[in-house]
Structures are given as C-alpha cells and as structure tokens.
Design a protein around this ligand. Structure first.
Ligand SMILES: *Cc1c(COP(=O)(O)O)cnc(C)c1O
Length: 381
C-alpha cells in the first residue's frame, strides 16, 4: 500500500450546500425576488415553466409538480388506483418513502432482494414475485444509478403491471440512453435540498407520457378538483410552491454541469483508490455498461465500517450510512411479517455500506485527503 502523502488536515463535509449556493446566489435571489414581486405563491406560471423544462429534460410528455418526492410516489400510486388489496413490488434497500408511500395508500409493499453489485432491485427476483394481486413495480434508481429497467419493463409488460420509477436520487441519470423517469408509466422525483437538484425546502415532481394519468395527477394534487370547487376524485393538498419552482428553474440550468462534476469526482476516486492500493480493502460502486450514473452518493463497501467512520470523523471527513437498516426490518413494517434473513443481500449491504463526499464542488485535493485517510486507517489495522 502506498504511503499516504497528504499530512495537511482538511475539513471535508459529506455535502457542502453553501459552496454551491455561492456559485449561483445571484440567479437564485433574482428568482426569489421575481416571485415575491408577483405575490403568486401556489402553482402558476413559475411551476408550469419548470414542469415543461423537466418534461423536456426527461423526455416525457408531462410533468406535474407536487409538494415532495414522497408525495410524488403517493400521487403516482393514487393516479393508478393502487389501494387496499393491491401488492406493489419494491426494494428493501432504499429510503423509507419508497415503501412508505405504498403502505400509505393502503397497498402492501412486497420486497424482493437486491443485486449485490448495483444495490438495485434484482430483476429476476422481481419477475418471480409477481402475483395476480400485483398492481405495480417500483424500482428505485438508488444512489443515482438506473435500475435494470429492460428486464423490469419486460416482466411488468408481460403481466400488465405498471412501473413507477422512484427517481428521487437520480435526476439526469440514464439507462441505455433513456432518462430515468421516462421508462415506466410514471417517474417520481424529489427536490429535497440534498438531492442532485435541490429546492430551498421540499418539492417533488411526477413525469408521465399518459394523458389520462397526467390529468388525474393534476386533479389529485388539488383535492381532486376538476373545475373550481367541483371535486371528481378524493385527492390531497400537494402542490409545488412557486418560490420553489423559481429557485429550481435557476438551479436546473446547472444540473448537467453538476452531474458531470459528480461523475468526474467518481472517476477521481477510482483513480485514487487504485493509486493508494486500496482495492483489496474497499469495494467501489459499479457503473454497468449502458448506465449513465449521476452519483447522488458515492457509496463503498468495507469491513469494520464503524471504526473507519469514527477515524474519518476525527480526520474531519464526513460520511453517512445509506441505509443502516433494510425496510423489511423496520418496526413500522413489522406487520408485513418479514424477518431477518429474508433478504440477505440487502442485509449485507446495510451492514457494510458507507457513503463518501461526492458533491460537485469537492476538490481533487479534498478527495486525495479522503482517500489518504482511508489508506492510513487500513495501514494501521
Ligand atoms: C428522497 C427520497 C424520496 C422522498 O423524497 P422527499 O422529497 O424527501 O419526500 C423517495 N425515495 C427516495 C429513494 C429518496 O431518496
């Protein structure tokens, strides 16, 4: 193993939103002032413009803004009429909202295990989990890497089951040249501040190319209203604020350059991990052929994870565990009757993953520092 070179202590947070804001402050503040001057805060032209831009970016005919990524999933399920008695297949290795949304509409989340290399749904397992009650499949493009959409779409189409893509972590990612959010019946995006395209608060969007679904989504987000004070469906209150839409519009112009920077940082990590002789100690994330990964997270797999995290924290390096407990083991889902051992790959991933700083403004010097500290840790052990 190469001797670590960098001795200068650096602070490397997991994410540095202030560094990003410094580069776009004027554009964002101009957007905020425009909305404040208009005093129009709910839906309206700012939201419509962002919807058109997102639809065009994704390559879907429609995009419908809503209050959060979690609501995007709930509204997508509601638009499809998924409710009590229905099963929806998804992954146990994801953020809670993927399965939480399924349970919130009264349907049953059915978990299948993940592929240990990509951490996304094991497409073969998806196909064998389909029953006559299956109404939808919800692949999650975890950490910015598209799920195995060809096989998932094939299985879904063969059984007449809808696919809802949870693309909350993957805006701008592609699978064989197709944008995530454009392949299933519906795609769901989150603008939570830490996502690759983040608002100044909560926000979400649903993409679809189906006229009827788009019309239902537009009603469902305003209580099910068709015309003013006439309600056709039982909907909810879940709108994207004009302020958030305006801020997101300003930031959207930079998304492609930010995703490119994340990819450059991932490449730099790969080079550094090789250079420091660490490839026998850590497993790096994969980018399968045909994938355009947008590295929402750069997640590695290690043994002795807790000790490594503690060491890195002492050296000023921020890390996080996405996710420490698979959803089938969460107390909130105890009623589903799953137990430890049901999804061994998800459980193994939960025990070994750790995410490193990958945000666009991260410098090469900071990355070398991170890898040098990891090398120090393994040298000492
Ligand atoms: C962030 C996230 C969501 C939920 O988005 P919110 O905007 O926080 O409600 C859903 N699924 C995944 C995979 C996420 O990462």
């Amino acid at each position: 193993m190469a001797k670590f070179r960098s001795t200068l202590a650096l602070e490397v947070p997991l994410l540095d939103l202030k560094a990003q804001f410094a580069t776009i402050q004027e554009e964002v503040m101009a957007a905020v002032e425009r909305v404040m001057a208009s005093q129009r805060f709910i839906l309206g032209t700012e939201v419509e413009e962002l919807e058109a831009q997102i639809a065009s970016l994704i390559g879907s005919r429609f995009a419908v803004g809503c209050a959060s990524g979690s609501d995007a999933l709930i509204l997508a399920l509601m638009a499809l009429g998924v409710g009590p008695g229905a099963e929806v297949i998804t992954t146990p290795f994801t953020f809670f909202a993927s399965a939480g949304s399924i349970a919130r509409v009264g349907a049953r989340p059915v978990f299948v295990d993940i592929d240990p290399a990509t951490w996304n749904l094991d497409a073969t397992a998806v196909a064998s989990a389909i029953t006559t009650n299956t109404k939808a499949i919800m692949p999650v493009h975890l950490f910015g890497l598209a799920a195995e959409m060809d096989e998932i779409m094939r299985a879904a189409d063969a059984h007449g089951v809808a696919v809802i893509e949870d693309a909350a972590q993957a805006i701008g990612a592609q699978h064989r040249g197709r944008a995530v959010g454009s392949m299933g019946r519906l795609g769901c995006f989150s603008f939570f501040p830490t996502k690759n395209l983040g608002a100044a608060g909560d926000g979400g969007m649903i993409t679809t190319s189906d006229d009827a679904l788009a019309a239902r989504l537009r009603m469902l987000r305003v209580h099910g209203e068709r015309t003013r004070y006439h309600y056709e469906l039982l909907g909810v209150n879940s709108r994207l604020d004009a302020l958030q839409a305006a801020i997101l519009g300003a930031k959207l112009r930079h998304l492609s350059e930010w995703n490119t920077a994340r990819r450059r940082n991932a490449d730099r990590y790969r080079g550094l991990f090789a250079q420091y002789g660490l490839n026998g100690f850590v497993t790096l994330p994969v980018e399968p052929a045909g994938a355009f990964h947008v590295y929402h997270q750069f997640t590695i797999r290690v043994q002795r994870r807790e000790a490594l995290r503690e060491f890195l924290k002492q050296q000023g390096v921020g890390t996080e565990i996405y996710y420490p407990l698979s959803l089938h083991e969460q107390p909130a889902f105890a009623y589903l009757g799953y137990k430890r051992g049901d999804f061994p790959e998800a459980e193994a991933a939960s025990a070994e993953v750790v995410s490193l700083p990958i945000y666009p403004e991260l410098t090469g010097e900071q990355q070398e520092y991170v890898v040098a500290q990891i090398a120090r840790f393994f040298e000492a052990s």
